[in-house]
Design a binder for this molecule. Structure first.
Ligand code: ATP
Ligand code: MG
Length: 235
């Protein structure tokens, strides 16, 4: 579904991603783990076209999308749930959802039905200002907003950030439900509990390079990886 080869990207004179390659098949939810500043968000931005690739290829569904704009990538089915959620706090839940469908003009009633089926709380709060909801509810809204674009692949940038364990578990259940509807999942996470709930395949990013890759349970149970790459030492 997604195939990245030799990807290089950065900001100004700073090169952050160096020759990153990974593949996310449909039906094998994949996690990219890595400590702070490893380049996880930069990877999400490069896949979605928010920043340009300096080298390498982003392939989606067998096509080279490396040079396409963000909107065209969304149109093809790549959706991002951004770091920090970035819901529009002054707008209602429904208005946030409507924006998620901008690529299609106006949402269809079926789009709302789909996300309200997955997240009944959003229907209850439909007309409430998004900023008044809890962090967990706002994360659900960020997920639902991404679904409004009718994605075939969802990128999730640290959806556990700032959430209590109970809310993290709800995010995990929701992502697994989305995966069962046939949406490919690329999760970026430092939270082991969430990664274990969702992912079957794992990639470890260290200083912008892939340093380990394999079945999620093997990668996550390796103590060397827990210590070195997830910044657990001293935490
Ligand atoms: N807009 C930017 N301009 C310049 N440098 C940036 C920018 N965004 C990130 N960086 C730098 O790129 C490197 C990788 O950052 P990135 O946000 O991709 O890491 P991350 O793995 O997502 O970290 P975190 O776990 O803290 O979210 C860092 O050194 C960071 O300071
Ligand atoms: Mg980040």
């Amino acid at each position: 579904m997604l195939r990245i080869e030799g990807l290089t990207a950065g900001y100004g004179r700073l090169e952050v991603l160096h020759d990153v390659s990974l593949a996310v098949p449909l039906g094998i939810p994949t996690v990219v783990m890595g400590a702070n500043a490893a380049g996880k968000t930069t990877l999400c931005r490069t896949i979605t076209g928010l920043i340009p690739a300096r080298g390498g290829v982003v392939g989606f569904d067998g096509e080279d999308i490396t040079r396409l704009g963000c909107a065209e990538r969304v149109r093809r089915g790549v959706a991002l749930v951004p770091e920090g959620r970035q819901v529009f706090g002054e707008m209602t839940v429904r208005e946030n959802l409507r924006l998620g469908a901008y690529i299609h003009g106006e949402p269809r009633p079926a789009d709302y039905e789909t996300v309200f089926g997955l997240f009944p709380i959003l229907q209850e709060r439909e007309n409430q200002r998004a900023g008044l909801m809890s962090g967990g509810e706002q994360q659900m809204l960020a997920l639902a907003r991404a679904l409004m674009s009718r994605p075939r692949m969802l990128l999730l940038d640290e959806p556990s950030q700032g959430l209590a364990p109970k809310a993290v578990e709800q995010v995990g259940l929701a992502v697994n439900a989305i995966a069962r509807t046939g949406v490919a999942i690329l999760l970026v996470e430092q939270n082991l509990a969430l990664a274990q709930m969702i992912a079957r395949h794992a990639v470890v990013l260290e200083n912008g390079r892939c340093v380990a890759e394999g079945p999620a349970d093997q990668i996550m149970s390796s103590s060397a990886i827990q210590d070195s790459y997830l910044g657990r030492r001293g935490n």
